[in-house]
Design a binder for this molecule. Structure first.
Ligand code: MN
Length: 318
């Protein structure tokens, strides 16, 4: 079993690079920071390096300030632990820090994972990478503490949409039950993540949402974001979560999407499904990937052409 191999590397090696995907969110952050915490407690040297800055709303997470940018070239480590990534390109610029010969350990739960690691522990049953890091704690005999519990709870909460997506299992709830023994405040975490919007962002959000589109059968809905519609770096929140929550709540909706204009020849598309429709396959048609009910891709065409090709691909398989 690959978890055994992962545990073996964690014990044998002395210094580690840990990274997760670009566009950081709660599961990426929770899993990498909880893993880093475990290793540091064993006296190991750990560098957590991400290409992107964490969204401001995650400032409450323990150890978040220890995350480094991939600028320093002199990081010495003897293994690279990559969490929550379906392929190695997802870590972006952090790739260039990993020299040849350094073993890469792939810890992930995406259906589209391409087994990029020297060791691959890919568990499609896991709700989140954080749930997998929890298993590392348990099977490795490492002791959890309140900080690790908070990190893992946040990661699992984000990836399960607060325990309501189909990836939420009885095991997930048993993990949560254990984490709650560490006296973390569930109410506080939920407020920090979900009730944290500055008024100006709510106003922006309602303005954007007013322009959502829907197909004539009321099954597909989407929002188009022109370049500059959101100054992402100044936002406290990840707008897409709110947009998706809204779009997915329309009765009968099967697929919800956000089209983001990157340039006039490049569009980022994110997909969510309400269960039946497999959006991982859909994203795969455009070179992307993800989960059955949440995925994304980048299309090398403008907003208009991207909408057209995605909509026709959905109609073919609906
Ligand atoms: Mn995840």
């Amino acid at each position: 079993m690959s978890l055994k191999k992962v545990l073996d590397v964690l014990k044998r090696k002395h210094s580690f690079l840990i990274s997760a995907h670009v566009n950081l969110e709660g599961d990426a952050l929770g899993s990498e920071l909880a893993l880093a915490r475990l290793l540091k407690k064993q006296g190991k040297k750990v560098y957590v390096v991400n290409q992107d800055k964490a969204p401001l709303l995650y400032d409450f997470l323990p150890d978040i300030k220890t995350i480094q940018k991939p600028t320093s070239k002199n990081l010495n480590f003897d293994a690279a632990l990559i969490v929550d990534c379906s392929d190695l390109r997802r870590i972006g610029l952090v790739q260039k820090l990993i020299s040849k010969g350094i073993p890469i350990i792939n810890i992930d739960h995406h259906i589209s994972n391409d087994n990029f690691g020297d060791i691959n522990w890919v568990n499609l049953e896991a709700s989140s990478a954080s749930e997998m890091v929890y298993e590392i704690y348990k099977k490795g005999g490492f002791r959890l503490d309140i900080e690790a519990a908070l990190l893992l709870y946040t990661g699992i909460m984000i990836d399960t949409g607060s325990f309501r997506y189909s990836n939420t299992s009885s095991y997930t709830h048993s993990v949560i039950s254990d984490l709650l023994q560490y006296k973390i405040s569930v109410e506080k975490i939920h407020n920090q993540v979900y009730s944290c919007l500055p008024l100006r962002e709510v106003k922006l959000l309602t303005r954007l949402l007013a322009g959502f589109k829907i197909d004539k059968f009321n099954k597909i809905c989407w929002l188009v974001l022109r370049k500059g519609a959101i100054k992402e770096e100044r936002m406290k929140t990840d707008v897409s979560e709110y947009v998706f929550n809204f779009l997915r709540s329309i009765a009968g909706i099967e697929v919800a999407m956000i089209f983001r204009e990157v340039s006039n020849k490049k569009t980022r598309v994110n997909f969510r499904s309400n269960g039946k429709f497999n959006v991982s396959k859909l994203a795969g048609k455009f070179g992307g990937g993800g989960h059955k009910s949440a995925s994304g891709c980048t299309i090398l065409s403008g907003l208009k052409a991207s909408q057209k090709s995605v909509l026709s691909a959905i109609r073919k398989s609906l």
